[in-house]
Design a protein around this ligand. Structure first.
Ligand code: SF4
Length: 69
């Protein structure tokens, strides 16, 4: 599972960094930056999904390659 951020939609609420500080940081404007661009370790997958669900701008996408078959 990987995570992507749509930078054009991100408004810098930092909800993602609160939900999953291992995965999301912030740039100098407060917008989200990915700290892990590769496959996430299994123990962070539930946090990634929580961050996706908590993002008010729906700017976070989860790419779950395992589920593509
Ligand atoms: S919660 Fe969504 S909009 Fe807010 S900083 Fe994170 S990615 Fe950006």
């Amino acid at each position: 599972m990987r995570v992507e951020i749509d930078a054009g939609s991100c408004h810098g609420h930092q909800m993602c960094a609160i939900a999953a500080p291992e995965i999301f940081g912030s740039d100098e404007y407060g917008n989200a930056v990915l700290l892990i661009e590769d496959d996430l370790p299994a123990e962070l997958e539930s946090k990634a999904r929580r961050a996706e669900n908590n993002c008010p701008e729906r700017a976070i996408s989860i790419i779950d390659e395992a589920s593509k078959g």
